[in-house]
Design a protein around this ligand. Sequence first.
Ligand code: AGP
Length: 603
Amino acid sequence: MCGIVGYIGQKNALPILMEGLRREIYRGYDSTGIVIYDNNNDLVCVKAVGKLESLESKLDNYQLEGSLGLGHCRWATTGTVTEANAHPHWDCQKNIFLVHNGIIENYKELREKLIQEGHKFSSETDTEVLSHLIEKYFENSLEEAVRKALREVRGTYGLAVISKKDPQKIVAARLSSPMILGINGNEFLVASDPSAILTYTRQIINLDDNEIAVLKPDDFFILKEKPLTQIEWTLEEAEKGGYPHFMLKEIMEEPEAIENAIKGRIMAQEGLVKLGGLESVSERLRKINNIILVSCGTAHYAAMVGEYMLEEYAGISSKTDVGSEFRYRKPIVNEKTAAIFVSQSGETADTLAALREMKGKGILTLGITNVIGSSQVRESDAGVYTRSGPEIAVASTKAFLGQLSVLAALTVYLGRQRDMSLVMGQRIVSELAKLPKLAKEVLKSALEIEKIAKKYKDFDNFWFIGRKYNYPIALEGALKLKEISYLHAEGIGGGELKHGFLALVDEDFPTIAICPSDSVYNKMISNIEEVKARKGKVIAVATKGNEDIKKIVDDVIYIPKTLEMLTPLLSVIPLHLFAYYMAVLKGHDIDKPRNLAKSVTVE
Ligand code: AGP
């Protein structure tokens, strides 16, 4: 962490820079430096190793007068503590002088390239590549050269630069490192920290990421540079790939969605999960003791499964809510709360509003998102991509699997930060790694499921029942059927049947029971018997090898065995297929069902 200060105006810049450095010296004090555009139109640079006093004593030998200058105090990251490595850094012709706070990650390859192009470097630092890149792109406008240079840079920066070729101007830019502008009538300052310029003004502007400010003696303006976002998806992926509908293609991609969501994130030996998108907040996450998961529609059901996982395996008190309710409630949150927002599109208005509410209260906000660069990604503090690829059909399917996979991984990530054992971590991540293959097995029952859909195509009402981890899957199954087949379907917890819902059960109201062989299986069997006792027809989603269930229900769709907490990632697939085939039988527009939109960007 270094300190930057800059001044342009009518006064002599040097005392202002030194005052600023005095106040920022806590940010780094292994070496310091200043550059002044003096009254002879020369750029005079003075640097010194050690504390500010060493620079002050060097400056005693200079009569530096000029109303434009930059200052820097360094905390070495790349390059040892030497005068040459102190800032400001300059280009080959000493026309451009730059101070920087941050790290240029790809400086080695940039330096190699610039040296091959003939640039001469005078320091070991990562920063110096910036002044040479700006030199490379300089035509007549400093801000244009800075804009082009920064496009090649990967890393973090707060920087300020001046140039003899486009004098009477400071150009400042920010990506992740703090950068503020100070406005005082027609004099302007830049700094890493407000304390450096408080003596001169209380009016500041916090530069946002990817903003470039241009300060001139009588005015300033800010350019917003939109970062390039690399779309990983191929055109093929965004096409139907030979399937009659995007929805069927996306259901068939559900095993891959699990695979993509966990790829490179599982450390099987250590029973750990690596989530790069959370690194910046991992220490803060260690301190949280309650989680709120907010989302809408299908994403809400994924969040509900996450709630069960986080409570049972990470030991964190968790609760879920839908965005449209949460944004108007008065949720009890505190500094140990983390708010997780789940959204495929990252643009759902109700979820975003809830996110802004939590952000406004200083709550840690995390996003689980599929669409790269979407608002939720840009506005949340940190997050995890589901990497499900483009999801075109309005009815969300593979993105749901991506969300469940990320929530399972997050559970291990947070659990292992707490008291989840190595053995339990290893068990969950090794089962997670098997799921893509097991999901492929489930898809092999597609034709069977189509037959079952044909058998039940004339029924207008369906119950979906499930318990514990599969209660949210019952809700999801019902939503999918409603969305695209326009049939009445309700998802409920198996235990709720006798509290009223049973009244509707008869031979015309089939029930789909999600009952893998888990800790609540016997309870589900009692619920199925309650339905059967009222002549209700039952289609069961059960664990392969469970032959007994065939004796109780009308139809069975089998899924492979896995950990209880991971069964939703298999049990939902037959429900997505059932809904799809029902809608096909009804001849509806599968990918663009009536009255719905892929991303609900309005309240
Ligand atoms: C699901 O099939 C629907 N398209 C809808 O419920 C959707 O899940 C909801 O609108 C949330 O969308 P999001 O994940 O993009 O935020």
